[in-house]
Ligand binder design. Sequence first.
Ligand code: FPP
Length: 248
Amino acid sequence: MDLKHSIDKNNVPRHVAIIMDGNGRWAKQQGEDRIFGHHEGVNSVREVVEACGEIGVKFLTLYAFSTENWNRPKEEVDALMELLVATISLETPNLNKKGVKLQVIGDILSLPPSCQAELQESINITAANSTVTLILALSYSSKWEITNAVKEIAKQVEEGTLKSQDITSKNIEKHLNTSAWPDPELMIRTSGEHRISNFLLWQLAYAEFYFTDTLWPDFRKQDFFKAILAYQNRERRFGKTSEQISQN
Ligand code: FPP
């Protein structure tokens, strides 16, 4: 049965964040090398982006490469960067056709120039789209992002344009890479790992977490819809009591 029909269209998260994990283990199970798993993972990305468009998820953030991933063997890092460039170049017309706007967060200047150029071109081409905003976290880590935000705020205090007593959480949010978008209501991690791995630590403060043993290259539309249904069965209390929530 197509799980899509069971989804309540009035309670779809606006923003979903995903830690796409398990490509390496999936490839090993097939007797292939790790990069084969990353290639297969692109098919899952395509399906999930499409699924977002179908049910009305407006923002999708994918953890595609963390700051810590730079420590992987050079061959894997190089292959991932090549895959990224090739995928973006190949997929941009398709993203455009589906009304997907591409955005990135992370230390983009640390990416190879070819990768930066390809990303910028796709960002420009898809800038006017509004069906889904696909946000790729690349060379991203939350501690890196928060450290930069603190530095920027400290500079404003030093220069006298901001008083320390006027620093609020709203003010901090303005200095995060994600300032243009709402926080994710749902975070999905595949492959049976139950960690947040330096991903959107601030932004996921009130997100629902969904963990599945499915490895990322096996994660398809129906798996995504299953995660959305699980989200819809959660009671989001934001620190209030269950009674307060049901009264509203
Ligand atoms: C984690 O699996 C996955 C990554 C570090 C890379 C994710 C990249 C893709 C899915 C392909 C490119 C994506 C886009 C958006 C074009 P892992 O290697 O840590 O797997 P393991 O835990 O089994 O070793």
